[in-house]
Design a protein around this ligand. Sequence first.
Ligand code: SF4
Ligand code: SF4
Ligand code: SF4
Length: 200
Amino acid sequence: MTEKETTQVKMEDVQAKADEKKCPVQQSLVFVEEFLAGPMCGKCFPCSMGSYEARIRLKRVVDGNASDEDIDKVNAISSHMLVASMCKRGKDTAKYILEHIVSSDFRDHLTGLCAKNECLEHVKYIIIPEKCTMCGDCLDACKDNAILGERKKPYLSGYTPFEIVQKRCTKCGECMKVCKFDAVKLLSAREMAEKEPAGV
Ligand code: SF4
Ligand code: SF4
Ligand code: SF4
């Protein structure tokens, strides 16, 4: 690992960015990413290699591709970084991860649940037909053309019901914000599995 040029980013800025998130996995990942992009200088192996590997494994947790081993490894890497890093910056990074990895929310990601609904691979937006009044507000709000449906007109029958095309949905949440009828719901992966046991 060669030394890299560090930027003027301070560790306080790194933490402030990470603290903007609510999910402990996201917080840890953002912390490591900001640290790698800024204050991490590459002078010592435990911190530089540790941060790179922690980032890869944390990303797997966020993306829903992780196993128990990934979380155990992040724990081990961070513990090693805490002891062996040459300066406070590496130790503070390790400390931040270790403080967040103990949250039960962290390992819940392995079962498809992001309790804070921030890890997008673990959530899905759906429209509940019984609540949808076919007003069409979500249609206007969706910039990704991910919503199908036809505004209800009193003099017509046989409307196309509103639904979200999951392949197009970027999970921006705008439809949920504009719906006045509470008809857009955010489902966790666990709720999806319960609703759709066949994995639809
Ligand atoms: S612990 Fe400090 S010296 Fe070592 S790579 Fe990290 S920032 Fe550089
Ligand atoms: S905004 Fe809500 S009620 Fe209106 S069409 Fe969309 S989901 Fe249905
Ligand atoms: S979450 Fe965003 S992209 Fe997905 S359907 Fe709603 S508005 Fe469209």
